[in-house]
Design a binder for this molecule. Structure first.
Ligand code: ASP
Length: 344
């Protein structure tokens, strides 16, 4: 058939389909199971780890008054960012192997708008710089000195993020540690003398929320893996890895060894599994199993946890190891839960 005849035939078929009420060019319909009815007036916020409880309370100040999920997640994660005693996020975060505190963060809204910063120094609220990237630039991701420059140009204050406690611990680490951040799982992924399940050397706050209008947004912010090579970026600022939001389906976020999450584009995977009909916990479990399938021996030595929320307001989590917790706040409950996990 000539190209012209093929074109004409295609045009004819398209017109016939449109006349019959079918649009061949429309996006394929999502699985009907994921076309959830939005439960109005039932906002909810969930976040990683037990310190998510205070962050959720701040987010609830926004959600409870009918505010937007995007404002809620930014407000929420700013709590651990400003807490000098939280050594895995923002001010007081553990430094890299050169003693520099470098932050990674991203944010995503109900319209798939997103912004991200990586390896940002001297600014407490990396999440707000990520929002600035989203709202005030045509870009998604700005890193290092460029991110700092953008923040300073927009009125953010330059601060020393290395607290005396984190500095003292880093100096103690320097005495014995080998400069092999990725291989040295014992010291760097789990903390000195750490066991699988411990999470004392790197955590992240990932938060997702649905507001009273049924709009979902998420935020994720961290100082990343302690004593990392300067410039190392984890999963947390990478849209699709550390965080993903699809307002038709739900949202997911992650914590743990970011390299493994990036390799499976974890949060996007969780959301896509929910789109196919999985409930949030099952979707998180399947993502964890994907990490194990890639490298079972390595997976035994590290921690990764996923947390997800669907459009019905259902939530769930799953982790490689014992010890991952998450916090939930809604009109009905305020709880910290222990996540289910793979390795008994
Ligand atoms: N996911 C973060 C990173 O790899 C750290 C963590 O959550 O513990 O940078």
């Amino acid at each position: 058939m000539s190209d012209r005849r093929k074109f004409l035939r295609f045009s004819f078929l398209s017109s016939a389909a449109i006349l019959a009420g079918k649009n061949l060019f429309a996006r394929p319909a999502a699985n009907p199971d994921t076309k959830y009815p939005v439960i109005k007036d039932q906002p909810i916020v969930i976040s990683t780890w037990d310190f998510g409880k205070e962050a959720n309370a701040a987010a609830w100040e926004v959600l409870g008054k009918g505010g937007r999920a995007l404002d809620a997640v930014e407000t929420g994660v700013k709590v651990p960012e400003a807490d000098p005693n939280n050594q895995s996020v923002g001010l007081g975060g553990r430094p890299d192997r050169d003693g520099r505190v470098t932050l990674d963060a991203c944010i995503m809204d109900e319209n798939s708008k997103c912004g991200s910063v990586a390896c940002l120094e001297h600014i407490v609220h990396a999440i707000s710089v990520a929002r600035l990237v989203m709202e005030k630039t045509p870009h998604v991701m700005i890193v290092g000195d460029g991110a700092l420059q953008l923040a300073l140009e927009n009125g953010f204050k330059k601060e020393n993020l290395l607290t005396a406690k984190s500095e003292a611990e880093w100096k103690a680490w320097l005495e014995k540690a080998k400069y092999e951040p990725v291989k040295n799982i014992e010291n760097l992924h789990l903390g000195k003398g750490g066991k699988p399940g411990d999470h004392n050397n790197h955590d992240t706050i990932g938060m997702v929320a649905m507001d009273a209008k049924g709009s979902i947004s998420g935020a994720c912010t961290t100082s990343g893996m302690a004593y990392k090579i300067h410039g190392r970026v984890g999963d947390s600022p990478i849209i699709g890895a550390g965080l993903y939001v699809d307002n038709e389906v739900g949202a997911a976020t992650s914590t743990g060894v970011g390299e493994e999450v990036i390799r499976i584009v974890g949060s996007h995977l969780v959301v896509e599994l929910m789109r196919q009909g999985a409930d949030p916990e099952t979707a998180c479990k399947k993502a964890v199993e994907r990490i194990i399938a890639r490298n079972p021996e390595a997976a035994k030595q590290i921690q990764v946890g996923f947390l997800a929320l669907n459009k019905k307001g259902e939530y769930g989590a799953y982790a490689l190891q014992k010890g991952f917790s998450y916090a939930v706040k809604s009109g009905k409950e305020e709880q910290v839960y222990e996540s289910k996990f793979f390795y008994e």
